[in-house]
Design a protein around this ligand. Structure first.
Ligand code: G1P
Ligand code: ZN
Length: 545
């Protein structure tokens, strides 16, 4: 093998967002674009020579090409070994599990999560550290800085590696081990949950489950764990073969994109009692009961409230954490349990320090991300198994479990309104104007609601003291209601404005009011405060979740 140094010039815009660098495939496939970014990751590491790197992705279009490029560059960068998932497959939580179990130096995950895939759609890349979690901001800032000054990248001259066969091969001195992408991960999940009890539930004729893998990475994981280890009937996993374009769908497990699953659960003839789905790279989840969708903010709260039912967590929770825009349902559970509830900026990377320091055991985000200290990523199948474990022990329907939770803790009625593909200049103007208004918002009244306080969320990490500023505008209202405004950090086209609305309703007789109706005064107030339609020209959100 010979190492080749190729001169290059910087590409603009290689700034990692909420979860790594995401761009259109057309952008990523320009000569040198991927290479530059990977070189900048390697240049920002130290001490990796001779060490192990984990590599894999969600199987989307360009995954295969990118993996061969990264393998050649890893050899040139001096890694000793690369563990790569068979056929280039590794779900995000499985990559995290492998990094941890194999004590790797770090890992590269190729995914644009729930964004569509294909030649005209999205690709992404992110670096995870030795703890199995997404690199922190200090690291991603260093990578970005490097992308602006790069002059050359290093690669090696060697043919493509056969990724379809488990086993070892080499590029020069670097060992490449093509591994079973499921084994380490499945073993880890089996050590956390009561598999015997869950298997018993899945064997009951009156309990029928469907897991929709959305033609994405979790197909093989779902089959091996649910149908394999837990003995669920064949066919429990649907859309189970990962496809480069996710079958033309949008692999995001929400009521809009997983509508088929939701309607199957609403159809009494389907006989289904439990439904679940996960996203492109397997870290998000959706939980559906018979004719009932569990909101992700409620899901993490219910998981926390039922921790005693799951073997690995029964001895107690150190603490819990949620991202700032996630509803405060989790805080109420934490208060009752007498444990801390941390509020972090959006993005899983902020949970890493809390998990490493043993301050939090469970974490959740409103965007269908739920997980624990077993890995350092959110974990779709983990959430599904947690719910199955709860159902196996409680023997009640999903809806009843949620309603009982609301009766006990009150209901944090919650919704997110997304305005997608807004012109960046207009979105920036909206946020800047809101920021300027912040000092004058307290005391403002509309529709019987009154602003108590307003700020731009700033987070100081309780472990390393690092500060992250401008993480979303919070408008806190009296009686536990809130509005939060922030721009997405994962989109690839224009800007997406996210408006998060929350209202606390203690009285159980009001829990049945449809969410959007219950939030109507807040929705109107948000319009008054942020002037969304005036600035963006949009009169209604594109996606309501
Ligand atoms: C979105 C979600 C966020 C999640 C991220 C990665 O980021 O809102 O909770 O961590 O995707 O899955 P955003 O586009 O809002 O920056
Ligand atoms: Zn994802």
């Amino acid at each position: 093998m010979s190492i080749v140094t190729v001169s290059t010039t910087p590409f603009s815009g290689q700034k990692p967002g909420t979860s790594g660098l995401r761009k259109k495939v057309k952008v990523f496939s320009q000569p040198g674009y991927l290479e530059n970014f990977v070189q900048c990751i390697f240049d920002s590491l130290s001490g990796h020579q001779g060490k192990t790197l984990v590599l894999g992705g969600d199987g989307r279009y360009f995954n295969d090409v990118a993996i061969q490029t990264i393998l050649r560059m890893s050899a040139a960068a001096g890694f000793g070994r690369v563990l790569v998932g068979c056929n280039g497959i590794l779900s995000t939580p499985a990559a995290s599990a492998v990094i941890r179990k194999q004590q790797a130096f770090g890992g590269i995950i190729l995914s644009a999560s729930h964004n569509p895939g294909g030649p005209d759609d999205d690709f992404g890349i992110k670096y995870n550290m030795g703890n199995g979690g997404p690199a922190n901001e200090t690291f991603t800032d260093a990578v970005y800085k490097r992308t602006q000054e790069i002059t050359a990248y290093r690669t090696s001259e060697s043919p493509d590696i056969d990724l379809g066969r488990i086993g070892d091969t080499r590029i020069g001195d670097m060992l490449i081990s093509v591994i079973d992408p499921v084994a380490d991960y499945a073993e880890l999940l089996e050590s956390l949950f009561d598999f015997e009890r869950i298997a018993g539930l899945l064997a009951r004729p009156e309990f029928r489950m469907r897991f929709d893998a959305m033609h994405a990475v979790n197909g093989p994981y779902g089959r091996a764990i649910l149908e394999g280890r837990l003995g669920a009937p064949a066919g429990t996993v649907v859309n189970g073969i990962p496809l480069p374009d996710f079958g033309g769908g949008h692999p995001d497990p929400n009521p809009v994109y997983a509508a088929e699953l939701v309607s199957a659960l609403a159809d009494p003839d389907s006989g289904l009692s439990f439904g679940a789905a996960s996203d492109g790279d397997g870290d998000r989840n959706m939980i559906v009961g018979r004719n009932f969708i569990v909101s992700p903010s409620d899901s993490i709260a219910i998981i926390a409230a039922n921790y005693k039912l799951v073997p690995a967590y029964a001895k107690g929770l150190a603490g819990v954490a949620r991202s700032m825009p996630t509803s405060c349902a989790l805080d109420r559970v934490a208060a009752e349990l007498g444990i801390s509830c941390y509020e972090t900026p959006t993005g899983w990377k902020y949970f890493g320090n809390l998990l490493d320091a043993g301050k939090a055991t469970l974490c959740g985000e409103e965007s269908a991300g739920t997980g624990s200290n077993h890995v350092r990523e959110k974990d779709g199948l983990w959430a599904v198994l947690f719910w199955l474990n709860i159902l196996a022990v409680r023997d009640e329907p999903v809806e009843q479990i949620v309603r009982e939770h609301w009766r006990h803790f009150g209901r944090n009625v919650y919704s997110r309104h997304d305005y997608e593909g807004i012109e960046t200049a207009k979105a920036d103007r909206l946020v800047n104007e809101l920021r300027q208004k912040l000092p004058s918002l307290a005391g403002m009244e509309s529709n019987g609601l009154r602003v108590e306080a307003a700020d731009d969320f700033c987070y100081t990490d309780p472990v390393d003291g690092s500060r992250s500023e401008k993480q979303g505008i919070r408008v806190l209202l009296e009686n536990g209601s809130r509005m939060v405004f922030r721009l997405s950090g994962t989109g690839t086209e224009g800007a997406t404005l996210r408006v998060y609305l929350e209202r606390y309703v203690a009285d159980p007789s009001l829990h049945a009011i449809p969410t959007q109706d219950a939030l109507k005064p807040l929705i109107e107030f948000a319009e008054t405060v942020a002037r969304i339609s005036e600035i963006t020209g949009r009169t209604s959100p594109d996606v309501i979740s």
